[in-house]
Write a protein that binds this ligand. Sequence first.
Ligand SMILES: CC(C)(COP(=O)(O)OP(=O)(O)OC[C@H]1O[C@@H](n2cnc3c(N)ncnc32)[C@H](O)[C@@H]1OP(=O)(O)O)[C@@H](O)C(=O)NCCC(=O)NCCS
Length: 160
Amino acid sequence: MRVAYTLIEAAQIYSKIYTMRIRNIEPADYSAATGLYNLLFPEFRILTLTRLCDLDISNSWVLIHDNRIIGISIQGMRYFEDAYIPYIFAFGIHPEFQRRGLGNFLMSVACRFSPLYLTTRISNAAAIRLYQNHGFEVESIEEKLYISPREDGLFMKLIR
Ligand SMILES: CC(C)(COP(=O)(O)OP(=O)(O)OC[C@H]1O[C@@H](n2cnc3c(N)ncnc32)[C@H](O)[C@@H]1OP(=O)(O)O)[C@@H](O)C(=O)NCCC(=O)NCCS
């Protein structure tokens, strides 16, 4: 199912359900966003978000609930096969808030422009389903990309 609502419609829908808002990430968010990243991806533990990539602030987003960051979509440019591609380096919703449609909402905002790329674990059924619902297709398999546990990655591309 393709998510068809506009950004404004979605914001209206969700603001009725949660005291939640979405905005571009700001440097003051880096510490809290790094904390959420480390909670979601403990195997990649990072000291600061800026070590992940050169952040594209205008295409990186935070979901905020009660002054707390509960979702991140972190985009930058990834060097891949002799070129730089727009790439989502981190995407996730705090475990307390998962399975309420917020991943769909965050992605509907994050994937406004294409092409756009990302990678996910081959076993991550929730993420694969979410990304496919938004128009991402498998481009290739990145063998043994992940550690703890060792696993292949699905390199996915959004084309519109
Ligand atoms: C993947 C993730 C972002 C989904 O966020 P979410 O807010 O729970 O997702 P939503 O509630 O918006 O649901 C999105 C879709 O995923 C599906 N989904 C969500 N959790 C699922 C699960 N555990 N198993 C199977 N499908 C699942 C939903 O059914 C929905 O599909 P639908 O629209 O066809 O019904 C979230 O589980 C997460 O942050 N996981 C940890 C970090 C991570 O793995 N990030 C991706 C790494 S690349």
